[in-house]
Design a protein around this ligand. Structure first.
Ligand code: 5AD
Ligand code: FES
Length: 359
């Protein structure tokens, strides 16, 4: 890249840092600029912003993948209903609680209950699991990631004690959403769910895959505009990774470097947001999560699911951490984070909610 071209990119990074915003075209150029010097500059700016709010702390969330049954058929996902080659499992309430007890003893104070949209887990069953968990560990935050429900159900989960809810929007472009999902799944309903979750009182997480089939840089710019407008407390992004039993088996995976730039851009657009360095990032690059933290992420989610089911929750191929005990995974994660110059902390990490309440 010529020096003048590089200068103009550096000016864009300065502008993003100063204004917390850019035009659509500028955002697209930033996402597409693969020059390592530019990415380093963007990362450094993102780190400064993150450290001004969160210091060097990285939050741990204990992930419990409690069912891989799913009634949906998202075309990109390995555990979609139509995949007959998946060995299905579900943990019962006692097993889920046992996972959380073990996590509690390891120091976790946030649990993320994630699963496919499994009809066995009715509203009543989820309510009962959340309230049992909150009674046993009242000092913990419970995050649900169990897909699309009606507003009334979200309210019941909330009243049972769920604090946070993760529901990736997947793509903010309705047409693109339509190409990634079958006709019975609705973009409008997903967006409605996110609004309902917000209105119910949850701290809400959304997010998208990077490099999903058919994704153009314009779609990512739309995603960023959506994030600016919706202002979620958390944004989960990771590269798309093909799964061998889907129609996208031969599609190329998303770019790790673009994912890292996006993490930095999101940190600069939404300084206080909680940003996980995701398992998908660690799957495509052995140092992906470390690089994510260096690029502005501040959350990691070690897996607490029992080892005998780990290898069955496969949304994509070659997923990491499928053979490790919870204790080993957290030890590994802590030393990985430490090597980046940051430290894991076992707090609920509620700062952002505090700020929003006092705006
Ligand atoms: N590659 C990467 N991420 C995926 N997800 C689903 N399938 C894949 C895949 N093949 C993501 C989706 C979903 C989250 C739980 O995992 O964004 O919301
Ligand atoms: Fe899970 Fe390394 S983070 S084994």
């Amino acid at each position: 890249m010529t020096e003048t071209k590089m200068d103009s990119f550096m000016r864009l990074a300065d502008k993003l840092e100063r204004d917390r915003d850019l035009s659509d075209d500028e955002l697209a150029s930033v996402l597409l600029c693969d020059d390592p010097h530019f990415s380093d500059d963007l990362s450094a700016k993102a780190r400064t912003v993150r450290e001004s709010i969160y210091g060097r702390d990285v939050y741990l969330r204990g992930l419990i993948e409690f069912t891989n049954y799913c009634r949906n058929n998202c075309y990109y996902c390995g555990i979609r209903a139509g995949n007959k080659n998946v060995e299905r499992y579900r943990l019962n309430a006692e097993e889920i609680i046992a996972c959380s007890d073990q996590g509690y003893d390891l120091g976790f104070r946030t649990f993320v209950l994630q699963g496919g949209e499994d009809p066995y887990f009715t509203e009543e069953r989820i309510v009962s699991i959340v309230s049992t968990l909150k009674k046993r560990h009242p000092d913990c935050a419970v995050t649900l990631s169990v897909g699309e429900w009606e507003r009334e159900s979200y309210r019941k989960f909330y009243e049972a004690g769920a604090d946070r809810y993760l529901l990736r929007h997947e793509t903010a472009d309705k047409d693109h959403y339509g190409t990634l999902h079958p006709a019975n799944m609705s973009f409008d309903h997903r967006m409605q769910c996110l609004r309902d979750l917000r209105a119910t009182g949850y701290q809400v997480g959304c997010g998208m895959m990077v490099g999903s089939p058919g994704q153009k840089v314009e779609h990512l710019v739309r995603d960023l505009r959506f994030l600016q407008e919706f202002r979620p407390e958390m944004v989960g992004i990771g590269p798309f990774i093909p799964h061998h039993d889907t129609i996208y088996a031969d599609h190329q995976p998303g770019s790790v470097r673009m994912t890292l730039r996006l993490l930095s851009v999101i940190r600069l657009l939404l300084p206080e947001v909680l940003l996980p360095a995701t398992t998908a990032l660690g799957t495509l690059d052995p140092l992906g999560r470390e690089k994510g933290i260096t690029a502005g992420a501040n959350v990691v989610m070690p897996n607490l699911s029992p080892v005998n089911v780990r290898g069955k929750y496969l949304l994509y191929d070659n997923k990491i951490c499928t053979g490790d005990e919870a204790a080993e995974c957290i030890r590994c994660m802590s030393s990985r984070v430490a090597r980046t110059g940051y430290q894991v902390v076992q707090s609920r990490g509620d700062h952002i909610r505090y700020k929003r309440d006092h705006e």
